[in-house]
Design a protein around this ligand. Structure first.
Ligand code: FES
Length: 159
């Protein structure tokens, strides 16, 4: 069977025409969402701007980071749409990502991700953004993580 150049690029990049055009479940800008049991990450009353909160999601080996940015972010929750969460595992080679100076930085090879733009990579060796963790705020102010958009680095399945 002959594979066209276009099909080869689609296979290698993992991108299908359907995901690019928004057909099916994928949405422009976000990877398909994978739901896992919800966990409580924190409460909006105790969160402070730019004070990251590290937690594990969707299992105990998967480091994640929650940040109240103090400015609106793509996919952010809360009154100001400024609370976001991501996998804290770098998509280059799996080092732990940290929040510094308003950006997510990998200390290994200095890839940088923009938390206001769904952790899109804007500098360094990583070629994809960090998987985004979908959040929901309960009536009592608890922040719940309930899904992940994207695959954690180094895994064939998130759980
Ligand atoms: S492991 Fe993060 S930039 Fe290389």
């Amino acid at each position: 069977m002959m594979v066209t150049r276009r099909r080869a690029i689609q296979i290698l990049s993992g991108v299908t025409v359907a995901s690019v055009t928004g057909v099916g479940k994928a949405q422009w800008g976000f990877a398909p969402s994978l739901s896992y049991p919800a966990i409580r990450v924190g409460n909006i009353r105790t969160l402070q701007n730019n004070q990251p909160l590290y937690f594990a999601y969707p299992d105990s080996r998967a480091q994640a980071i929650l940040i109240k940015l103090g400015r609106p972010a793509l996919g952010g929750v809360g009154q100001n749409r400024d609370i976001v969460a991501f996998s804290a595992t770098c998509t280059h080679m799996g080092c732990g990502v940290q929040y510094k100076g308003g950006r997510l930085v990998c200390p290994c090879h200095y890839s940088m991700f923009d938390p206001t733009k769904a952790a899109q990579v804007y500098q360094g060796l990583a070629s994809t953004g960090l998987p985004r963790i979908r959040l929901r705020i309960a009536q009592n102010g608890d922040i719940l993580a309930n899904a992940m958009e994207g695959l954690i680095w180094g895994r064939t399945k998130n759980v």
